[in-house]
Design a protein around this ligand. Sequence first.
Ligand code: BGC
Length: 856
Amino acid sequence: MPPEGYDTSGLGPSHEAPPVHDFLDRSRFPVDEWRLVEQRPEPGDLGLTETLFSVGNGYLGLRGNVEEGRDAHTHGTFVNGLHETWPIQHAEEAFGFARVGQTIVNAPDAKIIRIYVDDEPLLLAVADLLEYERSLDLRDGMLRRHLLWRTPSGKRVRIDSTRMVSLTQKHLAVMTFEITLLDDAAPVAISSQILNRQDGEDEYHVPSSAMGEGDMAEEATADGRNGASEGGDPRKAEQLTRRVLAPQEQVGDDETGRVGLGYRCVDSGMTVAVMADHDLRTDNDHSGQVITGEDLAKTTYRIAAEPGVPITLTKTVAYHTSRGVPSRELLDRCRRTLDRAGEQGVDELWAEQRSWLDAFWERTDVQIPGQPEVQQAVRWNLFALIQAAARAEGQGIPAKGVSGSGYGGHYFWDTEVYVMPFLTYTTPRAARNALRFRYSLLDDARRRAQQLAQKGALFPWRTINGEEASAYYAAGTAQYHIDADVSYALSQYVGATGDTEFVDREGIDIFVETARLWADLGFWRTEVGGTFHIHSVTGPDEYTTVVNDNLFTNVMARFNLRRAAEAVRTLQDENPEAHAAMVRRLDLTHDEVEEWSRAAHGMAIPFDEHLGIHPQDSHFLEREMWDLDNTPLDHRPLLLHYHPLVIYRFQVLKQADVVLALFLQGENFTPEQKRANFEYYDPITTGDSTLSAVVQSIMAAEVGYHDLAYRYFLSALFVDLADRHGNTTDGVHVASTGGVWSALASGFGGFRDLGGGQWCLDPRLPDAWESLTFRLTLRGTRVRVTVRQQELELVVEDGESRLAFDVRGAEAVVALGEPVTIPLEGQGPRLEGEPPAPSGTRRADGTVISSIVPGA
Ligand code: BGC
């Protein structure tokens, strides 16, 4: 996708950032501040564009596969949480290993609308296209495609189609397909399908020959299997080589064109039903027919098309899934969804979508005037983010949203640390839903803690159904920090919204059970001055695992312990009844709470006096330094080229760890410590995880590396749009899209939430920007923050609260009708160049301590 000559390699430790501010080929993807537009189809990067043009609502996601269904890298229709289970086979067993694998199921595909003119199929890869444009409109959530096709017999056919997944009706998708012959009359056939294509058929190949109706019938015999992944890359979904969806019911109505299929997942027992309504309108003569089989439901039309007489097909589709209800009943639910949609009509459904998105942008839009490329990319990221989160209620937010099968559709800490800030400060209802989902996993988390011989609750590192699904404990279960991440997100949510009702009834259980886990997991070492230690854990950086006193973990656990103690005391003071109920429910003692405070106070926070930095863990600085300068780019990411044991021996980071702690718990570090830590860790951070660049951008901005902050920001901004990690085909990097918002609000905007209603703004506007505007919803009041080179402006757009901000030490109070403007003297400290290489990486003579790269 990037134009030739553009270097899109990772920024990495040597900071070889390309000197460009735009990574897209603009002859193909022109700049448009509200749309992602493609003006030329390219068979070479179908997987990427399928992800970029996917539409979804957090529950249902349709990849940007073309309607004809043929030219595809990966067909994808995902329903959040619809998963199959399978026994994890450990070659060498051990007690407590995760047992049940969980993988998102590629649901039956209802996107397919094939057309034939003069019995010639439209196949995009070989079609003679006189006009082509595909666009995803971020204002109305519609994917549109316009084609002017010259058929092999020389007839010009105009085809305009639309696709949307409703943000207001979570089970519903709406598609339209309009065909007009421009020159001569011709027979036209349309075949609209729901296809359970689970054997990989149709994938990874572009057809070379035309296909007739007879070929379509063969697809009905497809033997369903799941999975489309390749071995070796842990970021892809696991491959299941057996049939996953057992057919249960088929529905077909010749009169109305309504068709439906019901299935049950063989092992997990989950059920899914999909149903489609068809409405064909044309003044041409036509007839229709419905055919259903176990894996195919097809509504076909034969039309004697006259030139200039349009044919319009509207296809409305409903998906329902369940863990307990038979698919027969789900088909009834589909009927109800479709009946209601039919009564409303597409115009109203489109209008509903538009007004949902109008309200969304009113709350969330970030404006960067004069920077159209950045503006477009920012909006695409925010749109991708809400497509992952909007209607995820009752479920988690998968690492890829509903845009792809990467990471098996699992939920990680990505939600709490990367996605939740955006939701909490712009769309609190969705934040609440995400927290309620965690709350619903508490019983599983309690059981998991017991399996690991601990008290309290331990949330799974990755999961769909609540059970730990990480087979590799070193980079999975050992990331105990997920407990603190959940508590942190809960605390931010409560502080920002004032939703004490939620914390009093449910959230408090999360605080208590996670604090219990830390108090039990850690231990007192009296011989080192009575400090509290947490051993054998893995921090966010997965290139160093199972270590003692990981800085991030200890700092976040300390927060968790303190916050839980505070929440219990507040509850006791402010809602004694709820407190009494909680004490009974959780069997909580006063001594326990006291112990949390003591453990927090005594928490070991490793610090190296000589270097003035916080070691990532107690032995981190004793490790050899990885020679990143001499690691060839084709050996990146390291995880795909080196055995974990090789990587673990070195000081080299996959992603921000200490640097993330500096951001999340900034008030616990001095400015000097932040700078020294950043300078030490930044050059040895590979950024092999997309969760890294956004955090490095935020902290680079804070400590004063403004240019670097901007480059990291651009790198994150284009992670998917320019496929900078080479795996966007597996789905959107949702954590990074959330991080883009944090990099804008907290990096350049300098927003920090210190808890308890203390909000700070200390901006770092990039030199090239005239201004940056973003919105924060705090205590139900929405404030517009505009940072300019010389001033900061705060305007309340909606809501009654008076909000006080600390702007570089001075208080600024803003209320409806009372905007404030605060002069800014510069944009914070500024350091020249790049952070120096960490001391200790090189010998006195300047040579690097070790190089493990063969031949390097
Ligand atoms: C990162 C994790 C992250 C996961 C899912 C991994 O590459 O190291 O921190 O949770 O991806 O996005």
